[in-house]
Ligand binder design. Structure first.
Ligand code: SF4
Ligand code: SF4
Length: 201
């Protein structure tokens, strides 16, 4: 209970937003971390927390309140931006918004993990070539293990399961996207800065 009361306290003495390294990003203050009361509803509703043992949305907020945002450089890439945390927070906070601000900061500092870079590159490639993000054959044994034990146990052997149901392993859809729609998708991707050769961000 004592811990709970301490964490419910507003910014502790001597600690400011600037110590989190992205103080001017409106998403950080908009996330509401300063009024987080550590109830844990965000964690209970978070699919990433269910999947990854090392990702705890409630802790994202407490670390920000303590000026320890720098320690989240690995964890922030776990969030899937579903905003279940936002929907369930009794104080209308949003861990997902805080994560966006932190990701931008770590990206600008060149602190994006290699796994994230390579997944981003694969996603861009797939979007430009087929209009899809994940293709079934991307979910290799190695990648599934990196996504945590819960994902691995749920998805291992998916290609074989799809084959048994009559689906192709090269395509996540039942039918291909028409060529003219693909042209539009490529145009949107390029216009929004998502070139298929841009894999360094
Ligand atoms: S649900 Fe809201 S108040 Fe509760 S721990 Fe999460 S961010 Fe904080
Ligand atoms: S937005 Fe991120 S932190 Fe919030 S519930 Fe979804 S995965 Fe979890």
């Amino acid at each position: 209970m004592m811990i709970f009361q301490i964490m419910a306290t507003r910014i502790p003495l001597g600690i400011s937003r600037s110590s989190n390294g992205c103080s001017t990003d409106p998403r950080l203050s908009g996330s509401g971390y300063e009024k987080c009361m550590q109830c844990g509803r965000c964690t209970a509703s978070c699919p990433a927390a269910y999947t990854f043992d090392d990702y705890i949305p409630r802790s994202v907020m407490s670390r920000l309140a303590l000026g320890m945002g720098d320690s989240l450089a690995e964890a922030v890439w776990r969030c899937g931006q579903c905003y279940s945390c936002r929907a369930r927070c009794p104080r209308n906070n949003s861990v997902g918004e805080a994560v966006l601000a932190l990701r931008e900061r770590f990206g600008a500092e060149g602190r994006v993990p290699d796994t994230i870079k390579s997944v981003r590159s694969l996603l861009l490639n797939n979007l430009h070539s087929r209009g899809e993000t994940f293709l079934p054959q991307m979910l290799t044994d190695k990648l599934l293990r990196e996504f945590g034990p819960a994902t691995y146990s749920r998805c291992a052997g998916n290609i074989e399961k799809r084959a048994r149901l009559g689906y192709e392993k090269e395509d996540a859809r039942a039918c291909r996207i028409p060529d003219d729609a693909m042209e539009e998708i490529r145009h949107i991707l390029t216009a929004t800065g998502c070139s298929d050769t841009d894999d360094q961000k």
